[in-house]
Ligand binder design. Structure first.
Ligand code: FAD
Length: 445
């Protein structure tokens, strides 16, 4: 698993390229620099992990060069994802969005990138670490939030449930094929009558019957479900009242779907209602390490960070289109990029994207170190999604009327942002999680 180099300001020790060892806190380095006669505050680059790099090595919208935190092979992977998304996805995605269809023909190419379950250290998974996983999630959504969501559901939620809650045998049985996208997964938690309150109100039932379980209930909003090879269904054990996870394989008798049509956001993603009528699932398909909703939450903590990254990507994509447009579009005989009020919006957009990325980078570093808590992921999700919504609105504004035409892409980001804003915990719910952590008082009702 890759470990990012220490970040500036937190480094306490390091080795220079010339082999000498440096030590001391960031405050001491600043004090040393200030004491130098020339007043040079540039410090020693070896303590930042930035020695030998140029900011121009990173794309223009990565304003503070966060990608430079990655090791070379991870940056190379990110570059391949970027090239694939620009070349294969961007030219065709509006057509799919209009028709509300998923581009199945792109799945092979996505599989070849080797990014499914990127962070998980489990059979068949790349185990490349949370930081590059987050930056890849941002990269997917930077071009298309629907493809970002497809991978968030498959590689994050479905693979994560098996990686974090499955036995070693179950991981071996499903994860390698899922990492190759030969098997596609879905994650069925939300129900028609219960969304935010699912930890308390989940009503789908599981009844033990000999060597099997019998599932009954309804699910709603389940991404990929209609074409998935397996759906992780969360149901309440009638016996002990605890929430448990079950891998329900395609064509299992009693499981049917209704694809949800006429969405105004993420139209490429196929969300479905699932109907479970006396669905028999063998005991070996019950996730052996999922004993209560607490275990479901472990999956959500990790994937919620993924959604924060998707939000940063959605905002970044809209900003990039807007910047390009303002340089090309002329009014009053000048590019609109030369107007002060347009520059004001562009800089506010860049500021939002950069702040969200910075916060997500730090939380992903905590994840790598095993220090990420629920409230960290929730804070990132709240911040990144609120700033995303603001940013896509400003991007649409600088495109004028063209901002609502799909051909300029920004309109798709505006619409898709609405779904990202609400799924995997709404702003209110994630705010309450952070509020509880900082005050010690639960304001959930
Ligand atoms: C495009 C899309 C894809 C999705 N994909 C999946 C998926 O693959 N699998 C899956 O299981 N689920 C999925 N979901 C479901 C998603 O996680 C839920 O929509 C989300 O959790 C919110 O639940 P809800 O829509 O039922 O809203 P509700 O819970 O009904 O909330 C409605 C409003 O009430 C507010 N509210 C609720 N409780 C409180 C409170 N205590 N205090 C203050 N305000 C409150 C909410 O913040 C919100 O503003 C998806 C949703 C969408 C839109």
């Amino acid at each position: 698993m890759s470990t990012p180099p220490p970040t500036s300001g937190t480094a306490t020790s390091g080795t220079t390229t010339s082999g000498t060892t440096t030590s001391g806190t960031a405050t001491e380095h600043a004090a040393e620099a200030a004491a130098r006669p020339d007043g040079d505050l540039s410090g020693d680059p070896s303590t930042t992990g930035l020695e030998g790099v140029e900011l121009t090595d990173s794309p223009f919208s990565d304003f503070l060069g966060f990608e430079l935190l990655l090791e070379d092979d991870d940056r190379e992977l990110l570059g391949r994802v970027r090239a694939f998304m620009n070349r294969e996805v961007e030219p065709v995605i509006n057509e799919h969005w209009t028709r509300g269809e998923f581009p199945h023909e792109l799945v092979r190419g996505i599989a070849d990138l080797g990014i499914a379950g990127l962070a998980y250290d489990a059979p068949g998974c790349p185990a490349r670490g949370a930081l590059v996983d987050g930056l890849v999630a941002m990269e997917l959504s930077r071009v298309d939030p629907s493809i970002g969501t497809f991978m968030g559901v498959h590689g994050g939620l479905a693979m994560g449930s098996i990686a974090l809650c499955g036995s070693p045998e179950q991981q071996q049985r499903w994860l390698p094929a899922m990492a190759r996208l030969e098997l596609i997964g879905a994650f069925g938690l939300t129900e028609p009558e219960t969304g935010s309150a699912i930890s308390q109100g989940l009503s789908t039932t599981a009844r033990r019957d000999g060597d099997a379980w019998v599932l009954n209930g309804e699910k709603k909003w389940i991404g990929n479900a209609s074409f998935a090879d397996l759906v992780v269904v969360w149901a309440r054990d009638e016996d002990d009242g605890q929430v448990k996870g079950f891998v329900v394989e395609k064509d299992t008798e009693g499981m049917t779907f209704d694809v949800q049509r006429d969405k105004i956001a993420l139209r490429v993603v196929q969300n479905a209602e699932i109907h479970l009528r006396d669905v028999r699932v063998p005991e070996e398909n019950r996730l052996q390490e999922a004993h209560s909703f607490h275990d479901t939450s472990q999956v959500l903590r990790v994937t919620r960070m993924g959604v924060a990254w998707q939000a940063a990507g959605c905002a970044r994509g809209a900003y990039e289109h807007a910047l390009r447009y303002t340089k090309a579009r002329e009014q009053f005989g000048r590019p609109i990029a030369s107007f002060q009020m347009v520059q004001d919006l562009l800089v506010k957009m860049l500021s939002n994207v950069t702040a969200s990325t910075a916060m997500n980078v730090r939380a992903s570093q905590l994840q790598v170190a095993g220090l990420l808590r629920d409230e960290h992921a929730s804070l990132c999700k709240v911040h990144s999604t609120v700033r995303m919504r603001e940013t896509v609105g400003w991007a649409r504004e600088v495109l004028g009327g063209n901002g609502i035409l799909l051909e300029h892409h920004v309109g798709r980001f505006v619409a898709d942002a609405e779904a990202i804003y609400s799924y995997e915990g709404t702003r209110e719910i994630n705010t309450l999680i952070v509020g509880r952590a900082i005050t010690g008082e639960s304001a959930f009702v």
